[in-house]
Write a protein that binds this ligand. Sequence first.
Ligand SMILES: [Zn+2]
Length: 132
Amino acid sequence: MLSPEEAVKFHGHAGPFLAWGYRAGRFATEKLKPNGIKEMSCVAKLPLEIPYTCIVDGVQAGSCCTLGKQNLKVEPGDEVELTFKCNGRILKVAPALDLKRLLLRHGKREAYKLVMKMSENMLFRVVEENGR
Ligand SMILES: [Zn+2]
């Protein structure tokens, strides 16, 4: 996975949606513990517009699930929901906070920093988890 600095460079700017996707990718990697970068896959459901799609770059940087390897699929949805799968295990997460509001209140750079520092409990609502 890329470092947070590399993720920002890859994406082009720091923002809370990129940060959330990145943290979600790391969170899933820590929970599902894939062997190598091909074992885990992700389906990202979200509104197909900026800034929501910034999440996709964060997921790629944080989890190494990528569009090019086809272990990342992006689907349109009204809400943000990421479903990670690895060896029969599933982890489905959604934002536990209002990222858009955070962005409006603090601006891109500050909101990015806040999301990078927040606890996982504040960032993620685990919608589904199985296979333990
Ligand atoms: Zn962005």
